[in-house]
Design a protein around this ligand. Structure first.
Ligand code: NA7
Length: 543
């Protein structure tokens, strides 16, 4: 392919999900030239790819939405408490239209490499069409759950039916009517799609390795009064989400711990959250993520619910999670998940005791039994947080690649930059609260911080910004220390990289909370970007 070059840009942004869209809008506001590359055919990121039946965000739509434009939040009508994926995707499209963003986005184009030139202080970004683009800054807005992962089960490639992955679902309608279907995995994507697939399919086999905790979503149409309730109070609701909540989702953290209450009061409180539904279940007490005995009370409550709902005792037993404290893998939010196992056409298959031995042309073999299926759904998750960054060859100072630097686990300062990679920013990167938060709260905060930073650089007349090793080491230690004080590292979760064979086991997100994190980032900026080094260009120095 002939190599050609685009006009240079001030900033190249990788990805046109919610991060990329808001970045483009904000950076344009500084008068910068911005070029966005997106591997998908349109905007939306996660919501472009995850089109499986039942796909929804587990954060309520009135909160999982942009807050930067009052008119936008006052005029977009969310239809349900948890809007379905097509609606979230329409919202992303609406945002792109409203700010005329698509003209600076190149679709169906992957960024393959980004190489820093130490003399010119600029990045050369090469895309899958063989074209290169020079830019002063690169921002990785590549998403945390964007690199879908299919385990290499023996025989999978010779399977004769259709194979789907929840994280890269086809754009055309998929109809399971009359088919025998196997779903592998019981994470959030599986838990959302299983009830709908069971409704269509003749027979559904659910292959479960690890049982997960799930709470009812209690999804419902939003009424005008509910929407108005949010809209009238948005200023305060958004402020609390940014500043006071641990993750921008729960109510502010309560004062009491689970063991402070009697069993009767505790059950009442859990029951109330179970009835109101959603992720806020984990916000009943302040120590569910910290104290195993406290956590057990919540875990036990959910296990009892499962036993009540699921009629077959052996199926109920298998569905009761016992391998990790509740919440240490992201808790799932479902509609009719457990009741689905009462249907005569649904069977749970335990692949922990008997792992999948082989996929045959028309069946899945486990425990010496062949389960005949016409279609397979891999709900097997993602190479989370670092997977999409790792697919790009990123070379910083001295030709070092980011993959080499991160071989023992990702290292960042504030999740925003990595030492040795000047002018390369990451949105919701490892070391930031990202996946433990309402993503939209984190995305807006990161984009605002980065935009302010670039603007400050321009005002000072500097060409580069780079995290210092010392600041990065200190931040990595802090991220680890905060995580170690919680129960989270006890689970084999994708937060830990534990779902990817060979990936270093490190708790990747920052668990200190979005409010605390925001304060730290603001203080760093207020102190003249403490922990970062700013530099003038070599040509400027030589003058
Ligand atoms: P998850 O939560 O990573 O779930 C993946 C599921 O697939 C989980 O049940 C895994 O079992 C299972 N899995 C993965 N690999 C295998 C193999 N090799 N054999 C058997 N089973 C396997 O991904 P999701 O897409 O559901 O959700 C990701 C996030 O998106 C979610 O947390 C929300 O934040 C939104 P395991 O638990 O590893 O034993």
């Amino acid at each position: 392919q002939t190599r050609s070059a685009n006009a240079p840009a001030d900033v190249v942004v990788v990805g046109a999900g919610f991060s990329g869209l808001y970045l483009l809008h904000k950076l344009r506001g500084l008068g910068l030239s911005v070029k966005v590359f997106e591997q998908g055919g349109d905007v939306g990121g996660t919501w472009y790819w995850n089109r499986y039946p039942g796909a929804r965000c587990d954060v309520e739509s009135m909160q999982y939405s942009f807050s930067f434009d009052e008119e936008l939040q006052q005029t977009w009508d969310w239809s349900e408490r948890y809007a379905p994926q097509p609606e979230i995707l329409r919202y992303a499209g609406h945002v792109a239209e409203r700010y005329d963003l698509r003209r600076d986005i190149t679709f169906n184009t992957r960024v393959e490499s980004a190489v820093f030139d130490e003399r010119k202080n600029s990045w050369t970004v090469t895309t899958s069409d063989g074209v290169s683009t020079n830019a002063q800054h690169v921002v990785l807005a590549t998403g945390c759950l964007s690199n879908a992962r299919s385990p290499d089960f023996k025989g999978l490639k010779d399977f004769k039916g259709k194979v789907y992955h929840t994280g890269s679902w086809p754009h055309e309608e998929v109809d399971f009517t009359g088919l025998r279907v196997g779903v592998i995995g019981t994470g959030s994507s599986a838990i959302q799609s299983i009830p709908l697939i069971a409704d269509q399919a003749d027979q559904l086999y659910v292959f479960q390795r690890t049982a997960n905790f799930s709470v009812p979503a209690r999804n419902a149409k939003l009424t005008d009064a509910e929407r108005k309730g949010f809209r009238d109070n948005y200023a305060e609701i958004r402020r609390v989400a940014r500043e006071e909540m641990k993750n921008g989702i729960f109510q502010p953290v309560p004062d009491s711990g689970a063991l402070d209450d009697s069993e009767a009061i505790r059950s009442e409180k859990y029951e109330a959250r179970w009835t109101s539904g959603g992720l806020t279940f984990m916000g009943v007490y302040n120590n569910l993520g910290l104290d195993l005995a406290a956590n057990d009370t919540a875990a036990g409550f959910i296990r009892d619910k499962i036993a009540d709902i699921v009629k077959d005792p052996e199926t109920a037993r298998l569905l009761q999670p016992n391998s990790h404290p509740v919440g240490t893998k992201r808790i799932c939010v479902d509609t009719d998940y457990y009741t689905t196992f009462n249907r005569p056409n649904v069977k749970l298959v335990d692949i922990k005791t008997h792992p999948i031995e082989e996929v045959l042309p028309h069946a899945v073999r486990t425990g010496g039994k062949d389960y005949e299926v016409d279609a397979l759904v891999l709900a097997t998750g993602f190479d989370a947080m670092t997977g999409s960054v790792a697919k790009i060859e990123i070379r910083g100072r001295n030709g070092q690649t980011l993959n080499d630097k991160w071989a023992e686990g990702p290292r960042t300062y504030l999740g925003l930059m990595s030492a040795g990679f000047p002018n390369l920013f990451i949105i919701t990167g490892p070391g930031s609260p990202s996946v433990l938060s309402n993503m939209l709260v984190s995305i807006e905060q990161h984009v605002d911080w980065i935009t302010d930073c670039v603007s400050a650089m321009r005002k000072r007349g500097v060409e580069t910004i780079e995290a210092t090793r010392a600041a990065e080491d200190k931040w990595v230690d802090h991220v680890n220390e905060v995580a170690a004080a919680t129960l989270y590292p006890q689970a084999n979760s994708w937060y830990m990289g534990a779902n990817i064979p060979g990936k270093p086991r490190i708790f990747m997100p920052y668990i200190g909370g979005v409010g605390v994190y925001r304060k730290i980032c603001d203080e760093v900026a207020a102190k003249g970007y403490e922990g970062f080094e700013m530099g003038v260009g070599e040509e400027q120095r030589e003058k």
